[in-house]
Design a protein around this ligand. Structure first.
Ligand SMILES: *[C@@H]1O[C@H](CO)[C@@H](O)[C@H](O)[C@H]1NC(C)=O
Length: 285
């Protein structure tokens, strides 16, 4: 092959790989509620959830996963989204379930959305950390990722880590590691608490409210008939090594920057809420 042909071949094959990796909403998700308010569009490349006075809507992944690096691009409800909540999370089933949460609390036009995060293990949560974002999440799509491997649950926004829940089982703190989880998302009305503590109600004259999703990529171990099948780990390519990934010093630095400048609530700093003492991971993490 001439070098020109080689280049064209490489371009073609890398775009094929990209297509194979970036999911198709028809293949990967089911709209589970909302009576037509959740829609898959553009041949499976776009998904929208809608909320009006009658109902919200939601979807869930067809697969269950046990560990993975899961990326999704979201564009949140624009304009006056006060009272609305867009939840995007991983969860297993049952009373002792594990759960890894992103929740976006709407706000008045021009006021910042709150990004709420939580980690449940063995049915227990109470590990909330909340952030503002350093951009307007309603203007464009941004990537929200969960890196979940045997040692860490790392929350990332546009590849910037904002939170690292570590495996501290050796110190007696539980970690999600044997219950497969599905991906869920929903858009719903929570104006009894979501915006400024429930003070600001949903303005239904602005309905329907819409959140949009695209570019879902799961580099993840898929659970099927009692065992988990992981994709081959190509340690050569950056990003494929998610199973062993930890935050390097640059990433830790960036996470500290976010937590210093954009974190608005940290359960580990809320001594009033835990009169018997802060949860044990707070002094270890
Ligand atoms: C909404 O905006 C107000 C004022 O800027 C801010 O105090 C609040 O944290 C924001 N978020 C929510 C969810 O209320």
């Amino acid at each position: 092959m001439t070098s020109r042909h080689t280049t064209i071949f490489l371009l073609l094959s890398s775009s094929l790989i990209a297509v194979a990796l970036a999911g198709n909403f028809y293949n990967d998700f089911d709209i589970t509620w909302g009576d037509g308010r959740g829609k898959i569009l553009n041949n499976g490349q776009l998904l929208t959830l809608n909320l009006d006075k009658t109902s919200g809507s939601g979807f869930q992944s067809k697969n269950e996963y046990l560990y993975g690096k899961i990326d999704m691009q979201l564009k949140l409800v624009p304009g006056n989204s006060a009272g609305t909540v867009t939840a995007y999370y991983l969860s297993s089933q049952g009373p002792t379930h594990d759960e890894i949460d992103f929740e976006f609390l709407g706000n008045l036009t021009g006021e910042p959305h709150t990004l709420h995060t939580n980690v449940f293990t063995q049915g227990k949560g109470n590990r909330e950390m909340q952030f503002k974002l350093w951009f307007d999440p309603t203007k464009d799509f941004h990537t929200y990722s969960i890196l979940w491997n045997p040692r860490h649950v790392i929350f990332m926004v546009d590849n910037v880590p904002i939170r690292d829940y570590k495996n501290l089982e050796a110190k007696g703190i539980s970690f999600p590691k044997n219950q497969p989880m599905r991906i869920y998302s929903s858009l719903w009305n929570a104006d009894d608490w979501a915006t400024q503590g429930g003070l600001i109600k949903t303005d239904w004259s602005k309905a329907p409210f819409t959140a949009s999703y695209r570019n879902f990529i799961a580099n993840a171990c898929v659970w099927s008939s009692g065992s988990s099948k992981c994709p081959p780990m190509q340690t050569s390519a950056a990003g494929d090594n998610w199973f062993n990934q930890e935050l390097d010093s640059t990433s830790q630095e960036r996470m500290r920057w976010v937590q210093k400048n954009y974190m608005i609530y940290n359960y580990c700093a809320d001594a009033k809420r835990f009169p018997q003492g802060l949860p044990p991971e707070c002094s270890l993490a």
